[in-house]
Design a protein around this ligand. Structure first.
Ligand code: PGA
Length: 256
């Protein structure tokens, strides 16, 4: 059975003090050696080190929200894979809709980042998802196919073993509107079929596919209860232990 991954994407939020305090609360909640549920937090770059300190000795994993694809050098403002590793990151989120639609990242750029991260030994959470007008136009699956094809271009089966997919319908991110469990399951099923045809059924069956978009305490159990939903990528509700812990609890309940 696939493990659940419950990931907090803090986006451009928190400060050093609140980030460290939140990390310490999460460290107290995540149990070492828990078989079925992994907890991950992804703070902004400047807080990676203090958050890593606060997580030390706990079962909470650390991730970044983006990375640049080049090796260290003259790239003003950019952060390299090995720097993230040096700060204690195991994961990096790539292809988030805010990077795609606010910062204008293309599938080609995302793919270069995916390959650089994998080459450098980071696990990748690759986000894919359609805009509202694309869903309304019946284009959801086509958009997902394009983003998967682009993001995973030239990624071997062996390397893809370090990837987690996150299905995040753009219309559900930060809006309070959540995909219904049926809409999420249908997209996840489609993604798993795509992975089967690109790689193979065994591989596809092992890959974690997270749902993201207004996941909260009161909808987590029904979303995570879908057979192809293997966790959550949580934005707003990950900024307070009181709203994030119930999502972890929902995963624990379903795992038993
Ligand atoms: P949200 O964000 O939970 O605030 O909708 C999810 C995400 O963008 O990963």
């Amino acid at each position: 059975m696939r493990k659940f991954l419950v990931a907090g994407n803090w986006k451009m939020n928190t400060n050093r003090q609140s980030g460290v305090a939140l990390a310490a609360e999460m460290a107290a909640v995540a149990k070492t050696g828990e078989p079925g549920v992994e907890v991950l937090v992804c703070p902004p770059y400047p807080y990676l080190l203090p958050v890593a300190d606060a997580l030390k000795g706990s079962a909470v994993s650390l991730g970044a929200q983006d990375v640049y694809f080049e090796a260290p050098g003259a790239f003003t403002g950019a952060v390299a894979v090995e720097m993230l590793k040096d700060c204690g990151c195991q994961y990096v989120i790539l292809g988030h809709s805010e990077r795609r639609h606010v910062m204008g990242e293309t599938d080609e750029v995302i793919n270069r980042k995916v390959r650089a991260a994998l080459r450098g030994g980071l696990k990748v959470i690759l986000c894919v998802g359609e805009l509202l007008k694309e869903r309304e136009g019946g284009l959801t699956e086509k958009v997902l196919d394009t983003q998967m094809q682009g993001g995973l271009a030239d990624v071997s089966e062996q390397d893809a073993g370090q990837i987690v997919i996150a299905y995040e319908p753009v219309w559900a991110i930060g809006t309070g509107v959540t995909a219904t469990p049926e809409q999420a399951e249908s997209a996840h099923e489609h993604l798993r079929k795509w992975l089967t045809s690109r790689y193979n059924a065994t591989f596809s069956g092992q890959m974690q596919i997270l749902y993201g978009g207004s996941v909260k305490a009161d909808n987590a159990e029904s979303l995570l209860g879908q057979s192809n939903v293997d966790g959550a990528l949580v934005g707003g509700a990950s900024l307070k232990a009181a709203s994030f812990v119930p999502i972890i609890e929902a995963a624990r309940k379903l795992w038993k």
